[in-house]
Design a protein around this ligand. Structure first.
Ligand code: SAH
Length: 373
């Protein structure tokens, strides 16, 4: 009997413990992605139950600081790609970034995410300096999201206090990846992900849901690929056509629920992963992020970027909160969490994967961190 026969949506809630033995296949996932009516609601319920059972009621807050929109790459979907001349570029200096990290403590965020375009003006030493200075002020988990760097740099970041790293594989189809990234390839991206994990950093990755040309089967393959990577965090969001890019006129998925169904399936396949309600969900649905939090997600990323820079960091149109500042986002976040009856986590929200503790023990000795210096 195929998985398709053994895994009807109606059996989802009973199957948590069996999946290690019989993981669903592509056909099965395509069927789940197409689920409608009662089946769709059951999928959402199963994901929410899996979330409650494996990662609990806490919502982990990660304050995001978008510190530079300058990028050397030309990803075809991205609003801040190098060739988009309509974007007003900005770059925060090191001290400004460190100061914003301090704001995160004031807001009570136990983690910050430092994200930027691929801006090589910040050297490895600059990034290490920023990490070390922030850590000097007291405990605060730091996630970097600054793209592909020479592998040895990841070891140095790890040695300087980088706890986590976020870099999406975007699509698991090597041909589609090359088509979408004129100056990159999937093998190189995956090599970086491997190096990050080897450096003892918690690994986050994910993909764009509904990329033109992917179809439901592509999404199913991406879901399985993300699962195979055994990620600590999985961040996925809808692809949204962005003005000033080659994909400005590309269509989004007709069945908008597929975006949610993909997240629900991610939770079912990855019970212990941290899964954020990514910002792009708010760009296409009213209260989109709130709904993702009730369909499998357990992480929320309030924005700390000063308001004056926010219009410059529009990877896609309709990005929420671009006319707000960090104070407003902090208040709104608390309201959101309360409105869905959950609570804000007090701890740093490190990896919940059962193998994480072994990986901490195997973390490279500090001397390795200067291997490529
Ligand atoms: N330079 C960093 C950060 C990239 S921006 C890095 O390479 O990791 C973070 C994410 O925004 C990207 O990984 C991409 O998946 C997403 N993104 C970019 N353009 C988008 C669009 N048009 N719609 C939705 N998400 C987009």
């Amino acid at each position: 009997m195929s998985n398709q026969d053994t895994m009807p949506v109606s059996k989802l809630t009973q199957t948590f413990d069996d999946w290690a033995i019989a993981p669903p296949d592509v056909d099965c996932l395509v069927r789940w992605l197409a689920a409608d009516g009662d089946d769709k609601e059951m999928l959402y319920r199963a994901a929410d139950q899996a979330r409650a059972r494996f990662v609990g009621e806490d919502i982990h807050l990660r304050g995001i600081i978008e510190f530079s929109n300058i990028c050397r790459l030309n990803c075809n979907y991205c609003g801040i790609r190098a060739k988009n001349t309509a974007v007003e570029r900005y770059r925060l200096d090191k001290e400004e970034i460190i100061e914003l990290a301090f704001r995160a403590r004031v807001y009570g965020y136990p983690t910050i995410v430092l994200q930027s375009g691929e801006d090589t003006t910040y050297s490895c030493d600059d990034i290490c300096y920023i990490l070390e200075e922030i850590k000097k002020d007291g405990p605060l988990a730091i996630t970097l999201s600054i793209g592909e760097r020479p592998h040895e740099e990841y070891y140095r970041y790890s040695g300087s206090g980088c706890d986590r790293y976020l870099m999406r594989f975007e699509t698991s189809d090597p041909e589609l990846f090359s088509k979408l990234h004129p100056d990159d390839n999937l093998e190189k991206r995956l090599g970086c992900l491997e190096a990050i994990r080897a450096a003892g950093i918690q690994l986050g990755s994910g993909f764009l849901i509904g990329l033109p040309g992917a179809g439901l089967e592509g999404i199913a393959r991406d879901l399985l690929f993300a699962t195979k990577l055994q990620l600590d965090m999985i961040g996925c969001g809808p692809f949204i056509p962005s003005p000033g890019t080659p994909l400005a006129d590309a269509p989004m998925l007709e069945d908008r629920d597929v975006y949610y169904k993909a997240i629900a399936i991610l939770r079912l396949l990855n019970p212990y992963a941290h899964i954020p309600a990514t910002t792009a969900f708010d760009a296409i649905f009213k209260d989109g992020r709130n709904r993702v939090l009730t369909r499998g997600a357990n992480v929320f990323m309030p924005n700390i970027t000063p308001q004056r820079y926010r219009p410059g960091y529009q990877l896609y149109p309709n990005k929420p909160c671009i006319d707000e500042d960090g104070d407003q986002c902090a208040l709104c976040t608390r309201g959101r969490v309360h409105s869905i009856g959950r609570k804000i986590a007090a701890d740093a929200g490190h990896s919940m994967r059962p193998d994480w503790i072994d990986r901490v023990a195997a973390k490279p000795a500090p001397s390795l961190s200067s291997a490529g210096a």
